[in-house]
Design a protein around this ligand. Structure first.
Ligand SMILES: Cc1cc2nc3c(=O)[nH]c(=O)nc-3n(C[C@H](O)[C@H](O)[C@H](O)COP(=O)(O)OP(=O)(O)OC[C@H]3O[C@@H](n4cnc5c(N)ncnc54)[C@H](O)[C@@H]3O)c2cc1C
Length: 357
């Protein structure tokens, strides 16, 4: 395994900002991952695990230690108790697995097509879109436990999946390096067409769409919102949704509706969000003076999606953080809601230490 020095990280992320990694390795097997970890430990270097770089803001200073981009590949398929089991290396591009599953007529991930990044990144924030999330199909995660150097098999329950969270980005952040993920899919299952955007796409269809048709519809809807990466489209130069939909308590929701009412606004209701007491972060952002296409120096808000902060060319991480701060502050002033960020911040200072958070 090659160990590189001073490798620029911006080109390895979808937002394309940030400085270099002091050291960089791309392990292709589990023993190579363990070797890279030993190298970092022997030099007391902080370790950051990189996937497809689609959910990151890397600081302008970069990462002072070792960045390890897990490149374990391969997708194995088998049948177990009437289910289709897909086991994939963490370094496989996520959409390759979705395409393979759909081509085998296996249901369960068709609505997650077009989410950029790696297989290994999917359990971390329990990726979800258009009414599906990976927690529904992940049977297990194989991971190197940095506590004791053992390779562990974590079952679905052990991952403690919830909305955009798992143990990997909450209480056990930084403990595991994900090596492989196993998904259990339903052969011959029906496509899930529950989200309004998808239903709209299929209005007037006499028959239930196939998995391939549902996947294609998802990709078209995503493309219309610049949520499908297209190389030449600068509205795609983002980290996806920058803010999570806030989950409010009843008193918080009442306060929000009171503040909105005072401005002559009605908080929109979306059945999919309401079921989880979530409020649309996009609505809050847009009604706080940050409309689609908003520009601040070299960064801005996507022209097609109010939640995507974009690099309009030559941006710095500092500019992204400034715009994020402005949005959070303004939304809080107006609506009393503090928006939480979705991407991982890499190489920013916290309590005197350079960390990911
Ligand atoms: C245009 C666009 C659209 C998006 N749409 C969606 C969407 O619809 N739904 C959604 O949920 N997300 C979405 N995202 C966010 C992102 O694509 C997902 O979170 C994705 O799963 C991140 O995977 P990654 O491999 O790129 O991880 P990275 O961004 O490289 O890393 C993210 C985090 O995961 C950790 N990580 C990655 N790989 C491993 C590993 N092997 N072991 C341990 N930790 C690891 C990293 O350390 C980091 O903490 C979107 C992003 C973009 C740019």
């Amino acid at each position: 395994m090659l160990l590189l020095e001073n490798v620029p990280l911006a080109p390895l992320t979808t937002l394309r900002v940030g400085g270099p990694a002091r050291y960089f390795a791309e392990p292709r097997t589990s023993p190579e991952v363990a070797n890279a970890v030993d190298f970092a430990r022997s030099r007391n270097l902080p370790l950051f695990v990189l996937g497809g770089g689609s959910n990151l803001v890397v600081s302008d200073a970069g990462w002072p230690g070792l960045v390890l981009r897990v490149a374990i590949g391969g997708i194995e398929e088998r049948s177990e108790a009437g289910k289709a089991v897909f086991e994939a290396g963490a370094g496989e591009p996520w959409d390759r697995l979705v395409a393979r599953a759909v081509s085998r007529s296996c249901a369960g991930v068709e609505c997650l097509s077009g989410i950029p990044g790696s297989v290994g990144g999917t359990p971390v924030q329990n990726v979800g879109a258009y009414g599906q999330e990976v927690a529904e199909t992940i049977a297990g995660v194989q991971a190197l436990d940095l506590k004791d150097g053992q390779v562990r098999e974590l079952c679905n329950e052990a991952c403690e999946f919830s909305y955009r969270t798992s143990i990997f980005n909450t209480r056990e952040r930084g403990r595991y390096i994900i090596l492989r993920v196993t998904y259990t899919l339903t052969p011959g299952g029906a496509a899930r067409v529950e989200y309004a955007d998808l239903k709209k796409h299929f209005v007037g269809w006499a028959q239930q769409p196939t998995l391939a048709e549902a996947r294609e519809a998802v990709r078209q809807v995503r493309a219309s919102k610049a949520m499908l990466i297209v190389a030449e489209d600068e509205d795609c130069r983002s980290a996806g949704s920058f803010f999570k939909n806030p989950v409010l308590s009843s008193p918080e929701y009442e306060e929000l509706t009171r503040r909105a009412g005072a401005r002559g606004l009605q908080v929109p209701s979306y059945p999919a969000l309401e079921a989880n007491r979530k409020v649309s972060a996009a609505w809050l952002v847009e009604h706080s003076g940050f409309s689609k296409g908003y520009r601040y120096h070299n960064v801005g808000i996507s022209r097609k999606h109010a939640l995507a902060l974009v690099n309009r060319g030559g941006a710095t991480a500092a500019e992204i953080v400034e715009l994020k701060d402005q949005i959070q502050q303004r939304v809080e002033e107006i609506f009393g809601v503090r928006l939480q960020t979705e991407p991982v911040f890499v190489g920013f200072e916290a309590e005197g230490e350079t960390v990911q958070r």
